[in-house]
Write a protein that binds this ligand. Structure first.
Ligand code: FAD
Length: 385
């Protein structure tokens, strides 16, 4: 399929593919087995200017947008969904700062993110606030010179590894979600520590930890945007970041498709390669069609985000939901047509299947996002009546 990428976009995509094949492929199984954060690969990505891709030029980035980010995430995920997560979450961790931060905040933090010197993370989820993010309890009490954070964040990607955290907390707990604000918290701030590292089904090389705040004083200049705007900024952030999860899903599905084609071409049963069996051909044809449809939707959603369109909730949610469902189906089908080999850890498919599952869960589960899409449909119809 022709996606009319610019020369720069093609260069970014092929560079990401090269790093994935040369640096990630040889170690992906080991990283998964050891559940080890891929610091050496983060350095390779930094050396290749991959962290600059999604940062504006004035802050030492390459000035790319959502589509450029998706191209890198797709290529990394084609080889390893976990490494792609460790990389992609840096965009999630600094998009709010990029869109709503002051000039001073951006100058202070973004060049270090662009160079890959400091990783970032984003924290809203809590033990009692998952899909219902409006139920967060972490507080940021206003005091002389800043805010005192108290509470626990759960399941935070890059937790413990990142140095800059965008944390959503209540500056006014009487107002619920409308009293939430976004604060930048640096790793070494007194009162900020890390709880348990989660043991996960998939994306095991990525770190998922609890963040614990106990009387943690954050300077007032670290407030992003206005007090009380934290929840709205988060919804806008997810509108912008969800195509990236779609891209992760597309990459995983593409990787599984290629591995399944390779395996079924060389596996001989009943005197012929498996790929000669009509039933296998049907499955592969469906897999390929679904991957391409998901890619088209993800690129279209990313381009809509980059167009500066005011509201992209629906497009962005559709891309994430569709692509992640495709990734799950395609990776399961790939395991199936490769039989016992597909199930074994010597082959990459069982890992791709485990990695794909998370794309249906994080940044809004697919059930919650289907609700969101339906609400938008209803609103649009009501406007025409
Ligand atoms: C590996 C991993 C990494 C993560 N990284 C981050 C991160 O970096 N930062 C961060 O802030 N969070 C992060 N999260 C949290 C993630 O976004 C949440 O797990 C997700 O939003 C779902 O919340 P929950 O796990 O509490 O599930 P729950 O909200 O308890 O939902 C459980 C089930 O109920 C369904 N459900 C809930 N409400 C509804 C509804 N209204 N309608 C229909 N179905 C519903 C859900 O779809 C789901 O199937 C991460 C999670 C994981 C697993």
């Amino acid at each position: 399929m022709e996606y009319f990428l610019s020369e720069q976009q093609k260069t970014i995509k092929s560079l990401a593919r090269r790093i994935a094949e040369e640096r990630i492929l040889p170690v992906r199984a080991e990283l998964d087995e050891k559940e080890e954060f891929p610091w050496a690969i983060m350095k390779d990505l930094a050396d290749a200017d991959m962290f600059r891709v999604f940062i504006p030029e004035e802050y030492e980035g390459l000035g790319g947008g959502c589509l450029e980010l998706c191209l890198v995430v797709e290529e990394l995920s084609r080889v390893c969904g976990a490494v792609a997560t460790c990389y992609a979450v840096n965009a999630l961790g600094c998009f709010t700062l990029m869109d709503c931060g002051t000039e001073e905040q951006k100058r202070k933090y973004l060049p270090d993110v662009a160079s890959g010197k400091r990783l970032t993370a984003f924290a809203i989820t809590e033990p009692t606030a998952g899909s219902d993010v409006g139920a967060i309890k972490t507080t940021a009490e206003r005091v002389e010179g800043g805010y005192v954070l108290n509470g626990t964040k759960q399941y935070i990607t890059n937790g413990g590894e990142a140095e800059i955290y965008t944390v959503i907390a209540l500056t006014d707990k009487t107002k619920g979600a409308r009293g939430a604000s976004a604060l930048l918290v640096e790793k070494d701030t007194p009162g900020f520590s890390f709880g348990k590292k989660e043991k996960k089904m998939g994306i095991r090389a990525s770190a998922t930890r609890e963040l614990i705040f106990r009387n943690c004083l954050v300077p007032e200049e670290n407030l992003i945007g206005k007090e009380g705007a934290g929840f709205i900024m988060t919804m806008k952030l997810f509108d912008k970041s969800r195509p990236g999860i779609g891209a992760q899903a597309v990459g995983l599905a593409q990787g599984a498709l290629e591995a399944a084609v390779d395996y079924t071409r060389q596996r001989i049963q009943f005197g012929q390669p498996l790929i000669s069996l009509p039933v296998v051909q049907d499955i592969l044809a469906d897999m390929a069609t679904q991957v391409e449809a998901a890619r088209a939707l993800v690129y279209a959603a990313a381009r809509t985000v980059d167009s500066g369109a005011k509201k992209v909730t629906e497009e962005s949610a559709m891309a994430k939901v569709f692509a992640s469902d495709v990734a799950m189906k395609v990776t399961i089908d790939a395991v199936q047509i490769c039989g016992g080999a597909g199930y074994m850890r010597d082959y990459p498919l069982e890992k791709m299947m485990r990695d794909a599952k998370i794309t249906q869960i994080y940044e809004g589960s697919n059930q919650v996002l289907r609700n969101a899409i339906a609400i938008e449909l209803r609103k649009r119809r009501a406007k025409t009546e």
